[in-house]
Design a protein around this ligand. Structure first.
Ligand code: AMP
Ligand code: TRP
Length: 327
């Protein structure tokens, strides 16, 4: 079984990314042949600083290994190192509907926040479809916010297969049962995010323990004192989910343990659970991030493997679409 996912080197990575991304990657790598891509080409769809992009790309690569991707098992690489990604996006634009791209919520939301809306922000989901389809991917571990893009990638695969012959596997999205949508601690009706959320409500992967404690303890909770999940309790529900993600305990077990004991102890324990999870990750991250030679070496191995695997798919795309090939 083939597994593929991508993550953007924009913005500091946060606990939502851990829950919908990193944690799932490390778990799914056990299930088959896995590819994880730092999607730097996606990061130029909103205004970016070149120096920043360079640093963030290496930061994120180090974070992927620090959160448990095993270079012996998984292929970890940078999207721009494998030119098939950019090429496939152009080819797939022929089987992508303009109307459907315009209906993407992420495009509408991010577009509203930009003064300059680039064409790339609009065609972004085609590049993402190419990422996935090039590997004949069976499963894509992602967070809930990417559901619409994944559905579009499936449509693109089906349209291409119907018009040019069976070429792509139609991929399935894999969403975590708990924690597919971690919410902002200060505004628990918004998803945790470095672009749309509040700084105080966003736990960063690299936040020092005391900052994590302060953020969790000042999280907005709801009226009453019962620790239980429910639509009327978005703040507490989110904290329970965070604890589930950090400890592996079920939400039910957490509810039973804290029951109506009030929020004080519960929040303190959630904070400690997150600290215990992130401290060793931060340590591994520092070690690798401070070793640029080793990072380069790992990313080169990843890129070589990714090129090898994508070449036949890209070739089949060109062939079937009627391009003359040199022999
Ligand atoms: P990005 O940093 O936008 O490239 O996202 C990387 C991964 O994190 C994707 O699979 C997203 O679906 C996931 N993700 C982002 N924000 C959240 C959140 N608040 N809760 C759960 N997953 C998230
Ligand atoms: N669009 C995804 C996000 O913002 C990142 C991404 C790009 C991706 N290509 C992908 C995710 C392919 C899964 C598969 O989170």
């Amino acid at each position: 079984m083939r597994i593929f996912s991508g993550i953007q080197p924009t913005g500091a990575k946060h606990f939502g990314n851990y829950s919908g991304g990193f944690r799932q990657y490390a778990a799914t790598q056990e299930l088959g042949e896995a590819f994880f891509c730092v999607v730097d080409l996606h990061s130029i769809t909103v205004e970016h600083d070149p120096k920043d992009l360079r640093e963030r790309t290496l930061d994120l690569a180090a974070m992927l290994f620090a959160t448990g991707l095993d270079p012996q098992r998984s292929t970890v690489f940078v999207q721009s190192h494998v030119t098939a990604h950019a090429e496939s996006a152009w080819l797939l634009s022929a089987v992508t509907s303009y109307g459907q791209l315009g209906r993407m919520t992420q495009f509408k939301e991010k577009g509203e926040r930009q003064e300059f809306v680039s064409a790339g922000l609009f065609t972004y989901p085609i590049l993402m479809a190419g990422d996935i389809l090039l590997y004949r991917t069976d499963r894509v571990p992602i967070g809930d916010d990417q559901r619409q893009h994944l559905e579009l990638a499936r449509d693109i695969a089906e349209r291409f297969n119907a018009r040019f012959g069976d070429t792509f596997v139609v991929p399935e999205g894999v969403y975590p049962e708990v924690g597919a949508r971690i919410m902002d601690l200060q505004e628990p009706t918004k998803k945790m995010s470095t672009t749309g959320g509040t700084p105080q409500g966003t736990i960063l992967m690299l936040d020092p323990p005391d900052v994590i404690r302060k953020k969790v303890k000042s999280a907005v909770t709801d009226s009453g004192s019962e620790v239980r999940r429910g639509d009327d309790k978005p703040g507490v529900t989110n904290l329970i989910d965070i604890m589930t993600v950090a400890t592996g305990e079920t939400p039910g077990a957490i509810e039973v343990r804290y029951d109506s004991g009030g929020y004080g102890q519960f929040k303190a324990d959630v904070a400690e659970a997150v600290v215990a999870l992130l401290e060793p990750v931060q340590e591994r991250y520092r070690e690798l991030r401070d070793d640029p030679g080793e990072l380069q070496r790992l990313l080169r191995i990843g890129a070589d493997k990714a090129r090898e695997v994508t070449a036949p798919t890209l070739e089949a795309m060109y062939e079937r679409m009627g391009f003359v090939r040199l022999r």
